[in-house]
Design a protein around this ligand. Structure first.
Ligand code: GLC
Length: 803
C-alpha cells in the first residue's frame, strides 16, 4: 500500500493520500533558521539552536501526533464553513475535500480543493544574504473555481515558543509570565521579556482585518486547532497580553470573482515591527518569487555536483535527489531537531558529526569543513573526542549571552570536558577519514598544518590532532592486544563491559590507511613508517585473535570471554566486526569472503541487514546494555540502518557487485513506497532502524532523516558501488556493479572541472577495469584537470573479481 509517489521532475514526494498513519516530515531552511514540518503542516522552527532559540512550539509525542504547526485556514464568510490548507488540523472528511502534500527540496506545499475553492500554501525559508535575519514565508494562493463571487477569510496561525526549550516544556511558573504579545506595524509580536532584544514576529503582506496575540483568545476554551474559535466565528479579537501563551493569528478578508486567483503572504521571523516591515518589502510577491527561484538554484547547484544515470531507477532517484538531500540536512542541522529529537539536546555528537562530514564534501565543502574544525576543537589533548559537546560553549568567553533570573542548567566548558571514563573508543577515529576525504576533495594540503586548539589545553596542527587520535587508540589495548571499547564503541549499547572491541580495532586500521595516504601525499616518511608498523601489528592481532573460523568475533568482555562467536547462542554474528574486517583490509581474502557470507546467511532480511543475530534475550551486563534492549529493536537485532552501507562497501571490496546491490536494494527507502502499511515511515528517507525479525513489527521503520545511514548510504553507493572517488592527485572510477548492468553514466564535478563519466560493461563483469580513456586518449589515471569539461570512458572487464 502506498500514500504517495515521486515526482522526479519537480524533485518532490507527493502525498496524495494524506491520512498517513505517521507524520511524513521535511526540513525547511538551508542556513541559520530551520523548520521541521509534517505532511499536515505540523512542526516547529528554530534559529541556530532548537534548544536555546526555539521560535514555534511543538507538543512532542502528542495526540494528535504532530500539532501545532504553521497553519493557514480559509473560511467561507457566507456560510461559515472553514478548513485548513493542510489536511490537519481541521481534518475534513476526505470524500468531501481533496488534499495533497508535496515535500520538495527545502520547501513543502499543501494543496486543497474544497467547495469550489482551490488553494495552496508553500512554506520555505529564503536564503539570507548574511545581513538579514531569516524569515519563513507562507506563500498562499487561493482560486475561486465556482461560478459566483466568494467572500473568503484567510488566517495564518503559529504558536510561539519560549526560546529555552527546557523552560518552555517544564518551567511554566516562569515561561508563562516572561513571554508576551504585542501588535506593532500590522504584525503580531512575541516578546521574551527577560532576554534583551528577544522578539519574534508574525506578519502578512497586508493590513490585517483582525489579529490575535493570545493563544487562548484565538483557540477558545474547549476548542483546539481543529476548530479555533477565531476561525469558526470569523472574528479575531485583537488580543495581546504581557504573559500567557503568545501566538500569531492574522486574518485577511478577500473577495474572489469566478475564476479569480489571489495571493497572500505571511512571514514568521525574528525582530519587532520594523523587521516585519522589512520582510514585507523584501519579500513582496516578486521578492518571494526571486527567493524561491534562488532556493531552487541552490539545490540545482548542490545536486549538480554529482548526477548519475544507472539502469536502477530508484538508485538514481535516491542518489540524485533524496539521499543527498537527507545527508545535507544532517550536516546542516546535526541531528537534534526532528519529531524524535525535539531540541532538548544540541551540540555535536562526535562520531555522528564526523561521519556526516565525511560523506558529502563534494557538495557541501564549507559546512563539512566547519564541522571538522569544530570537532578538532572538541578533541582532548590526550587524543579522544568529547562525546557530546556544544561548540558554542567551547568558544564562549566569560560573560556573553543572556543571563536568566532563574537557573537554567547551562553547559559550562569545564563540565563538558569529560575524562577517559566517558570516552567512546571510536569517536575521534572517525575524524581522520573525514579530514582526509575533505582534503582529497579540495586538494588543500595546507589544511593539515592549520593550528587548532584542543578542548582542554594547548593546540596543535591538524596533523598533530590526527596523530593524537591514532596514538590514543594504539595505546588503549586490552589483554589480547585488541583496542578497548572504553565506554562504548560505535554501538552505544554494546559496552563490552570494559572489554576489547573488534570494531574499533578495524576502524583504527582504516583510519590509519587514510592517514598513511595523506602522509604519502605530504611526503612525511617518518610518520608513514611509524604508523605502518603500528597498523600491521594491529592487523595481525586481529587476524589471529578475532577470527572465529567462519566470521570475526565482535570483541571480548572485560573478563576475556568472546562476544559473537559460533559457540554463542545469542548475538552470534555481528555486522560491525565483519564488515569492518573487510573494509579495513585487515581480513585476508578467504576470511573476508567467509565472514561476509555469514553476514548474508545470518543477518539478511528483505528489509535490510540486521545488526546482530539472533537477538540477545539473556541479560548479561558483561556484554552490555544491548542485552537489556527488546529483541529485534534498535541495537538488539533490529535492521540498524547505519551499518548497512558498511556491508555494501565490504562486498564491493570483495568484488561482489550483485551481492552489494542485493543488500542496497533491501534497505533502499524508495523501494518500499508501496509497502507503507509495514514500513510506516517516509519512503524518501533512510530511518535509524527497522524492526528486526525477532520483533512482531518486523519491517516497521523508525526515526527518519537524522541518521548516519544517510551519509554512509551516499558514500558507499557513490564511492564504492559506482566507484567514483577522488584521491589526492587523481580521480578513481572503479565500480562494483551487478554483472547484468551494461554500464552507467555520471557527471562529477571535482576541483573546478567537470568529468562526464561513461562506464561500459561489455563483458558483464562485476568489477575490474580493462581500459580508461580520458578525452579520447587511453590512460592509466584520471588527472586533476582543475578546469574544463572532460570525457571519461571506463571499460570494465578482464581483471574480473576482487581487489
Ligand atoms: C545512534 C547514535 C549513534 C550510534 C548508534 C548506534 O544512531 O546517534 O552515535 O553510533 O545509535 O548505537
Amino acid at each position: 500500500m502506498r500514500y504517495g509517489y515521486f515526482d522526479d521532475a519537480a524533485r518532490e514526494y507527493v502525498i496524495d493520500r494524506v491520512d498517513v498513519p505517521v507524520s511524513m516530515t521535511n526540513y525547511l531552511g538551508t542556513q541559520r533558521m530551520g523548520t521541521v514540518i509534517s505532511h499536515s503542516a505540523g512542526g516547529y522552527s528554530w534559529l541556530d539552536s532548537p534548544q536555546h532559540h526555539r521560535i514555534t512550539r511543538f507538543r512532542p509525542n502528542g495526540v494528535p501526533m504532530d500539532w501545532p504547526g504553521h497553519y493557514v485556514y480559509l473560511r467561507d464568510d457566507e456560510n461559515g464553513k472553514y478548513w485548513s490548507l493542510s489536511w490537519q488540523p481541521t481534518g475534513l472528511p476526505l470524500n468531501e475535500a481533496r488534499y495533497e502534500a508535496r515535500h520538495g527540496m527545502s520547501y513543502s506545499r499543501f494543496l486543497c480543493d474544497y467547495q469550489g475553492i482551490s488553494a495552496e500554501q508553500t512554506l520555505f525559508i529564503p536564503r539570507e544574504d548574511g545581513t538579514e535575519d531569516p524569515v519563513e514565508i507562507f506563500d498562499v494562493r487561493i482560486r475561486n473555481n465556482s461560478d459566483r463571487e466568494r467572500a473568503i477569510s484567510v488566517y495564518g496561525y503559529v504558536e510561539f515558543s519560549f526560546h529555552e526549550i527546557d523552560m518552555d516544556n517544564q518551567n511554566f511558573q516562569m515561561s508563562l509570565y516572561a513571554a508576551g504579545s504585542h501588535y506593532e506595524k500590522d504584525a503580531v509580536l512575541c516578546e521574551l521579556h527577560y532576554e534583551p532584544n528577544a522578539w519574534q514576529f508574525f506578519a502578512g503582506n497586508f493590513v490585517p482585518d483582525g489579529f490575535d496575540g493570545v493563544r487562548e483568545a484565538f483557540i477558545g476554551a474547549y476548542h483546539t486547532e481543529r476548530d479555533p474559535q477565531g476561525v469558526a466565528s470569523g472574528r479575531l479579537t485583537g488580543s495581546t497580553e504581557l504573559g500567557g501563551n503568545p501566538c500569531g493569528a492574522l486574518q485577511k478578508k478577500l473577495t474572489l470573482k469566478p475564476g479569480e486567483e489571489k495571493r497572500v503572504l505571511f512571514y514568521l521571523g525574528t525582530g519587532r515591527g520594523d523587521a516585519a516591515e522589512q520582510a514585507r518589502q523584501r519579500y513582496d510577491e516578486a521578492g518571494t518569487d526571486r527567493a524561491f527561484e534562488e532556493l531552487r538554484r541552490f539545490w540545482d547547484d548542490k545536486l549538480g555536483q554529482l548526477q548519475v544515470k544507472t539502469p536502477h531507477e530508484n538508485m538514481n532517484r535516491s542518489l540524485n535527489i533524496w539521499n543527498f538531500y537527507q545527508s545535507e540536512v544532517n550536516v546542516l542541522f546535526s541531528r537534534f531537531s526532528s519529531f524524535i529529537e525535539v531540541g532538548g539536546r544540541t551540540g555535536l555528537g562526535y562520531r555522528d558529526t564526523a561521519q556526516d562530514a565525511m560523506c558529502i564534501p563534494h557538495a557541501e565543502p564549507d559546512m563539512c569543513m566547519k564541522r571538522i574544525c569544530q570537532l578538532l576543537h572538541g578533541q582532548m589533548s590526550q587524543g579522544y573526542g568529547l562525546h557530546l559537546f556544544d561548540p558554542a560553549v567551547l568558544e564562549k568567553t566569560e560573560g556573553d549571552g543572556f543571563k536568566s533570573p532563574t537557573v537554567i542548567p547551562e553547559a559550562d566548558k569545564k563540565s563538558m570536558l569529560h575524562g577517559l571514563k566517558d570516552a567512546c573508543a571510536d569517536d575521534a577515529l572517525w575524524l581522520i577519514p573525514a579530514i582526509v576525504e575533505n582534503v582529497r576533495e579540495s586538494g588543500d594540503l595546507s589544511f593539515f598544518d592549520r593550528e587548532i586548539p584542543f578542548a582542554d589545553e594547548g593546540k596543535g596542527t591538524v596533523w598533530e590532532h590526527m596523530k593524537a587520535a591514532l596514538d590514543f587508540s594504539y595505546s588503549q589495548v586490552g589483554a589480547h592486544g585488541v583496542t578497548k571499547g572504553l565506554r562504548a564503541d560505535w554501538n552505544d549499547c554494546l559496552n563490552l563491559g570494559g572489554g576489547e572491541s573488534a570494531m574499533v580495532a578495524f576502524l583504527l586500521v582504516w583510519a590509519t590507511n587514510h592517514f598513511l595516504d595523506a602522509a604519502r601525499a605530504l611526503g612525511r616518511k617518518e610518520d608513514e613508517e611509524k604508523y605502518t608498523a603500528l597498523k600491521e601489528r594491529m592487523e595481525e592481532t586481529c587476524r589471529e585473535k578475532l577470527w572465529d573460523g567462519k566470521w570475526f568475533l565482535r570483541g571480548f568482555t572485560a573478563a576475556g570471554a568472546p562476544i559473537g562467536s559460533q559457540a554463542a547462542r545469542e548475538g552470534k554474528v555481528h555486522m560491525e566486526s565483519n564488515t569492518w574486517a573487510v573494509i579495513s583490509g585487515a581480513a585476508d581474502r578467504e576470511q573476508g569472503l567467509s565472514c561476509m557470507d555469514s553476514v548474508d546467511e545470518w543477518l539478511y532480511t528483505p528489509w535490510g541487514l540486521m545488526l546482530n543475530a539472533p537477538s540477545f534475550v539473556t541479560l548479561d551486563d558483561s556484554i552490555g546494555f544491548v542485552t537489556r534492549v527488546y529483541p529485534g529493536v534498535k541495537e538488539n537485532g533490529a535492521i540498524f540502518s547505519h551499518p548497512n552501507p558498511w556491508a555494501w562497501v565490504a562486498e564491493c571490496m570483495l568484488g561482489r557487485g550483485s551481492r552489494a546491490m542485493k543488500f542496497y536494494d533491501a534497505l533502499l527507502p524508495e523501494n518500499q513506497n508501496d509497502k507503507m502499511e509495514i514500513r510506516q515511515a517516509e519512503p524518501y528517507s533512510y530511518c535509524q532502524f527497522i524492526m528486526g525479525r525477532d520483533h512482531t513489527a518486523f519491517g516497521r521503520a523508525r526515526h527518519p532523516f537524522m541518521t548516519g545511514s544517510s551519509g554512509w548510504a551516499y558514500y558507499a553507493a557513490t564511492r564504492y558501488m559506482l566507484g567514483i572517488r577522488p584521491g589526492f592527485g587523481t580521480l578513481t572510477v572503479d565500480p562494483c556493479i551487478p554483472a547484468e548492468w551494461d554500464g552507467f553514466t555520471a557527471v562529477r564535478k571535482w576541483r573546478g572541472a567537470e568529468y562526464r563519466i561513461t562506464v561500459r560493461n561489455p563483458e558483464h563483469v562485476e568489477k575490474g577495469i580493462r581500459a580508461i580513456r580520458v578525452d579520447g586518449r587511453e590512460t592509466a589515471e584520471i588527472p586533476d584537470f582543475g578546469s574544463g569539461t572532460h570525457d571519461v570512458e571506463v571499460v570494465m572487464g578482464n581483471a574480473g573479481k576482487g581487489e
